[in-house]
Design a binder for this molecule. Structure first.
Ligand code: NDP
Ligand code: MG
Length: 377
């Protein structure tokens, strides 16, 4: 029986992970939230983990009272999150927290020899070089949860040692597909949060609307599959049925298809290499009928070029791109800046923060802090 820790169990990916648990042979040893303690209490009573964490201190105090009659240990803060990742006795850690707060617990889990089911793409965007090196050194697997990266992982199993010539990363295009930058500039929070195909947390939903999400995924794919960014093509696919594809030297292209439902990639990361029945609805190709593909509009979605630039430069650029984006998305969600300003603030951070090619963990944390300050200024 696999022992699983779920970081961010109260979020979109976290709750879907809990949902597929009955399909797999697993024991949950740790759960975490930031402050949604009512849901965490329910999850803890159902799953009886060894430890839980509420990152917010007051939430953790309240949760301790709620779980006083159970054997579950209640922790708080970044130390608690890290303990849940590295000291809960897990075999595999699902990283489903949002944002670069996932970086330190992910590194701690790798250091402790845990496999990672990685949803938290910001970790790889900020510090992909450090994380992949640590995983190699420790011999741990980084199993992708992000649907596109899971698709690539599944397609790449046809490689049998042959290198991938190209990765084709599909993108739904989000709610503003077909609009110009001027038309998008002052869209509301509600319009930006209305994703056509996926129901996700607020931050990634805004990233999908700006298409920064696809930019982050480009960097995520670059690190996961050791690919040059110019060999990763982005293509708009409105139906979200083809989750991504790979191409080999002979031009053969292999794709993975399915209805848009995160429970399949989550489950596969947890059962790999085994395949077991999954509760997601099945794709009927005759019903899907038509699959469409378009080149992305780099002018309307400047975030794509910013991410391509950061991917090409590597060093601290991923941390700057991500930190500025997290801060700018936060400002937009709080009603402080226009939608069109998100990419402008990320561009400003990339322009003003001096570039560093070789990075340590401290450099990544410093770049992240500088980027947040630049984006908020
Ligand atoms: P959600 O916002 O739905 O959930 C995030 C989780 O992290 C919640 O449990 C939340 O707690 C917790 N959390 C938030 N802030 C902090 C913090 N500062 N410290 C500790 N914990 C925190 O996000 P998603 O599930 O949508 O996304 C999670 C990750 O997965 C992201 O990196 C995203 O890019 C990635 N991903 C998500 C997909 C999706 O379909 N949702 C698809 C592919 C990737 P609380 O409930 O208290 O807020
Ligand atoms: Mg994705």
């Amino acid at each position: 029986m696999k022992k699983i820790a779920i970081l961010g169990s109260t979020g979109s990916i976290g709750t879907q992970t809990v949902d597929i648990l009955p399909s797999i042979d697993a024991e949950v040893v740790a759960l975490t939230t930031n402050r949604r303690i009512d849901l965490l209490e329910q999850q803890a009573r159902a799953l009886r983990p060894k430890m839980v964490c509420a990152c917010e201190e007051q939430a953790a105090r309240d949760l301790k009272v709620k779980l006083a009659d159970t054997d579950t240990k209640v922790l708080s803060g970044m130390d608690g999150l890290t303990a849940c990742a590295a000291e809960s006795g897990a075999d595999i850690v699902v990283t489903a927290v949002v944002g670069m707060v996932g970086l330190l617990p992910t590194l701690a889990a790798i250091d402790a020899g845990k496999d990672i089911a990685l949803a938290n793409k910001e970790t790889l965007v900020c510090a992909g070089g450090l994380v992949m090196r640590a995983a190699r050194d420790k011999g741990v697997k980084i199993l992708p949860v992000d649907s596109e990266h899971s698709a690539i992982f599944q397609c790449a199993q046809a490689a049998h040692g042959n290198p991938l010539a190209k990765i084709i990363l599909t993108a739904s295009g989000g709610p503003f597909f077909g609009k110009t930058a001027a038309e998008m500039r002052h869209v509301t929070r509600e319009q930006a949060l209305a994703h056509p195909n996926w129901s996700m947390g607020a931050k990634i939903t805004i990233d999908s609307a700006t298409m920064m999400n696809k930019g982050l995924e480009l960097i995520e794919a670059m690190w996961l599959y050791d690919m040059a960014p110019e060999d990763i093509e982005i293509v708009i696919h409105r139906e979200s049925i083809v989750h991504s594809a790979v191409e080999f030297a002979d031009g053969a292209m292999i794709a993975q298809l399915g209805l848009p439902d995160m429970r399949l990639p989550i489950q596969y990361a947890l059962t790999y290499p085994a395949r077991v029945p999954c509760k997601v609805p099945r794709l009927n190709l005759a019903e899907a009928a038509k699959l469409t593909f378009y080149a992305p509009d780099y002018e309307a979605f400047p975030a794509l070029n910013l991410a391509r630039q950061a991917a090409a430069q590597k060093g601290d650029r991923g941390a700057v791109l991500n930190g500025a984006n997290e801060a700018a998305v936060g400002l937009f969600l709080d009603g402080k800046i226009a939608f069109g300003e998100i990419a402008e603030r990320v561009a400003r951070a990339l322009d003003t923060i001096p570039y560093r090619r070789e990075v340590t963990l401290d450099d990544v944390l410093a770049a992240d802090a500088a980027a947040r300050a630049a984006a908020r200024a």
